[in-house]
Design a protein around this ligand. Structure first.
Ligand SMILES: [Zn+2]
Length: 183
């Protein structure tokens, strides 16, 4: 059934979109579930920088979403899930569920996460690209997420998903301000 994908850099309002979609369902008779990757060590539940909050279950795998009795499934920080987990989303769609996911589209090198690419290969009903304010030039055109190690952009030598445990800094930047990996 319907697949909505919300993508963009840090601080672009992806969680806000997810929360606005799911909040009204609390008062409806629609059965829904919200998930977050266990790898997300930063948040307890889905939190928007505007202060809104929704409970989400932390899971390692999306294996059971296809056969659950929820008709709408939301997944936050989709880029932190293993690419093979996308098969479970495909199964959920085949079973008639509506799936709404959000996450970063590109890693610290400016390359698309494999999990996100596989998700787009499912042919989403809607893809929403969010933009943030660039940390450098302050234009509302940030498309990338720059990862900093003590203020210096990290451009190589890291896995695509860098744990957000406080070791590194993360800021949204636009295409021109983004410091690329030399290739
Ligand atoms: Zn910029």
């Amino acid at each position: 059934m319907k697949l909505t994908v919300i993508l963009g850099p840090m601080k672009s309002g992806k969680s806000f979109d997810l929360i606005s979609f799911f909040s009204p369902l609390k008062y409806s008779n629609t059965k829904y579930a919200l998930y977050q990757p266990k790898r997300n060590v930063r948040d307890e539940g889905i939190e928007s920088r505007s202060g809104l909050f929704l409970d989400a279950e932390k899971v390692e795998s999306l294996a059971h979403i296809g056969d659950s009795d929820f008709s709408v499934v939301g997944i936050d920080e989709i880029h932190m899930f293993d690419p093979k987990e996308v098969a479970h989303i495909e199964q959920a769609l085949a079973n008639g569920k509506e799936v709404v996911v959000s996450g970063l589209d590109m890693d610290y090198k400016g390359e698309m996460f494999t999990t996100v690419r596989r998700l787009l290969e499912l042919g989403p009903t809607e893809v929403r690209y969010k933009r943030a304010v660039c940390n450098d030039c302050k234009k509302i055109s940030a498309t990338h997420t720059q990862v900093y190690d003590k203020g210096v952009p990290v451009t190589e030598g890291m896995p695509p998903v860098i744990p957000d445990d406080g070791t590194f800094g993360y800021e949204p930047v636009c295409r021109s301000c983004f410091v690329k990996t030399a290739r």
